[in-house]
Design a protein around this ligand. Structure first.
Ligand SMILES: N[C@@H](CCC(=O)N[C@@H](CS)C(=O)NCC(=O)O)C(=O)O
Length: 214
């Protein structure tokens, strides 16, 4: 892949930045990497705040167009450049509705409602406070919600069936985040992760998602 200054991905080092690097790798799109990391203060500069007023990574820039929110970036790239690779179903189809269902499920039930609650109260209590009850409920909530994915993945290799899609990028990054937090997952989800993380694009993105990637 050669660098293309017209496309820049801001951010490395987190499961959310990984989503964007992974989709870019699936699509073999050239881009420049701006390797800023979380909680380093780099997202707080006036220059970056102008780009992303929420002061978070990742952000994707294509010329004048700036897009934030990792799931929106994944879906934009898949929709705009991924038709031939079928990385997300066409809009207004039932397939797309099902795709959206899994994307929102991963982002809300797994990422926002449980993993991020754990992150806030386990890693950042000096900011968000100690909240052992919320922490315990979030850990149990993740396990309970993950059962919905098990029910789906016992009958199919990927969330949409036989084809890998952007929804698998979102789900995989949430499940990997849970494993890093020592949340026990059922065997069906470990088997799923073996399938998705064996992809060449995943391995490539994993390297590019590190600050010091060559
Ligand atoms: N909903 C956003 C969340 C982005 C987010 O929370 N990013 C974190 C890193 S994972 C961040 O940039 N935090 C501010 C900072 O680290 O300075 C997304 O999915 O892109």
């Amino acid at each position: 892949m050669t660098a293309n200054p017209a496309r820049i991905l801001w951010g490395v080092g987190t499961s959310r930045t990984m989503r964007a690097h992974w989709m870019l790798a699936e699509l073999d799109l050239p881009y420049e990497r701006c390797a800023m990391t979380s909680r380093s203060g780099e997202t707080l500069t006036p220059e970056y705040t102008q780009l992303n007023p929420s002061q978070k990574i990742p952000a994707l820039q294509e010329g004048d167009f700036v897009l934030t929110e990792s799931a929106a970036i994944v879906n934009y790239l898949a929709g705009r450049y991924g038709a031939a690779k079928h990385l997300c179903p066409p809009t207004e189809s039932k397939g797309r509705a099902r795709y959206d269902q899994w994307c929102f499920f991963a982002m809300m039930e797994l990422d926002a409602n449980t993993l991020y609650v754990i992150r806030k109260h386990e890693d950042l209590p000096h900011i968000y406070g100690e909240a052992p009850n919320a922490l315990q409920a979030a850990r149990e909530g993740f396990v309970r919600q993950a059962k919905a994915a098990v029910a789906r993945l016992e009958g199919a290799p990927y969330v949409l069936g036989d084809a890998f899609s952007g929804a698998d990028i979102l789900l995989t990054t949430c499940l990997s985040g849970a494993i890093r937090r020592k949340i026990e997952l059922p065997d069906a989800l470990h088997a799923y992760l073996l399938r998705t993380t064996a992809r060449a694009a995943y391995q490539h993105a994993l390297r590019l998602n590190q600050r010091d990637a060559a």
